[in-house]
Ligand binder design. Structure first.
Ligand code: NAP
Length: 266
């Protein structure tokens, strides 16, 4: 099959923060499952290139694209490079995110930390989605018969509703991502673009590496009905499901991938 045939047949996904952790698992799963994948990274080119190699070794197609989702010019470049290198854009997974730098108590929280977290975890996903949606709409206008519709996936967190006083910026930005998901879902339905929020619980990754001992104890003590750490691939499986044609009449939905954390218990 020629490269142009490959790109015209494969749906194309852009996965932000695809170099490590949850994003890596999402990129690899989508890549194995028939998406051409743009693996976005910020500071880890070697890790991103390794993901690209893994996808290629499994028979898929992927490219690494550098850029910070917090920076407007980078966001524009991410969409442009994805379309230049892979031919189109059908799926955007807004996965890239940072925890609260320093994890300071809210009485010591700084504006610098607030701005960095909001730029990366909330402003970035919204404005990247705006660019991606415009591209999807443009594609649909040019080739309506060949376009099954776009999908946007926002990776939020149980921190959207569970208070951590040492991560006020992170929790508040993740709470905002639910409203962003609903805003996008309502507006973009008329453009044949569905929007989902994936809400992970405690997942084993570099982000949670500094707090392993704390969560080991909490999980053993029953923090979650399913008593284990979540794995990046648990989240990737949920993303794969909403990106498939399994939910054609659903949008704005929050999918919890949290071992049951979200249920109040007595
Ligand atoms: P991680 O292991 O720390 O990986 C973070 C990823 O985001 C890396 O690929 C990193 O890229 C990328 N990234 C960071 N800042 C970026 C920026 N400005 N622009 C583009 N990419 C950037 O984190 P993770 O645990 O996989 O978390 C992924 C997502 O899941 C985040 O949105 C996080 O809030 C959410 N989440 C995580 C957990 C958890 O328990 N781990 C729970 C709930 C939700 P580089 O390495 O290339 O810089």
């Amino acid at each position: 099959m020629s490269e142009s045939e490959t790109t015209s047949r494969c749906p194309v996904a852009l996965v932000t923060g695809g170099s490590r952790g949850i994003g890596r698992a999402i990129a690899e799963r989508l890549g194995r499952g028939g998406h051409a994948v743009a693996v976005n990274y910020f500071r880890s080119p070697d890790a991103a290139n390794d993901v690209v190699r893994q996808i290629a070794a499994a028979g898929g197609r992927a490219v690494a694209v550098q850029g910070s989702v917090a920076v407007a010019e980078d966001r524009a470049r991410l969409v442009a490079e994805t379309c230049e290198q892979l031919g189109r854009l059908d799926v955007l997974v807004n996965n890239a995110g940072i925890t609260s730098p320093g994890r300071r108590d809210l009485l010591e929280a700084t504006e610098a930390s607030w701005d960095e977290v909001f730029d990366t975890n909330l402003k970035g996903p919204f404005f990247l989605t705006q660019l991606a949606a415009r591209k999807m709409i443009e594609q649909a206008g040019a080739d309506a018969a060949a376009t099954p519709g776009g999908v946007i996936v926002n990776v939020s967190s149980i921190s959207a509703y569970a208070v951590s006083a040492n991560r006020v910026d992170y929790c508040t930005a993740k709470a905002g991502l639910q409203m962003v998901t609903w805003q996008l879902a309502c507006r973009l339905a008329e453009e044949n673009i569905r929007v989902f929020e994936i809400c992970p619980g405690v997942i084993q990754s570099d982000m949670t590496a500094p707090v392993v001992a704390k969560y080991d104890t909490l999980i053993a003590d029953g923090l979650t009905p399913i008593r284990r750490w979540g794995q990046p691939d648990d989240v990737a499986r949920a993303v794969e499901a909403v990106v498939s044609d399994a939910f054609p009449f659903s949008t704005g939905e929050r999918i919890n991938v949290d071992g049951g954390f979200h249920m109040r218990r007595l």
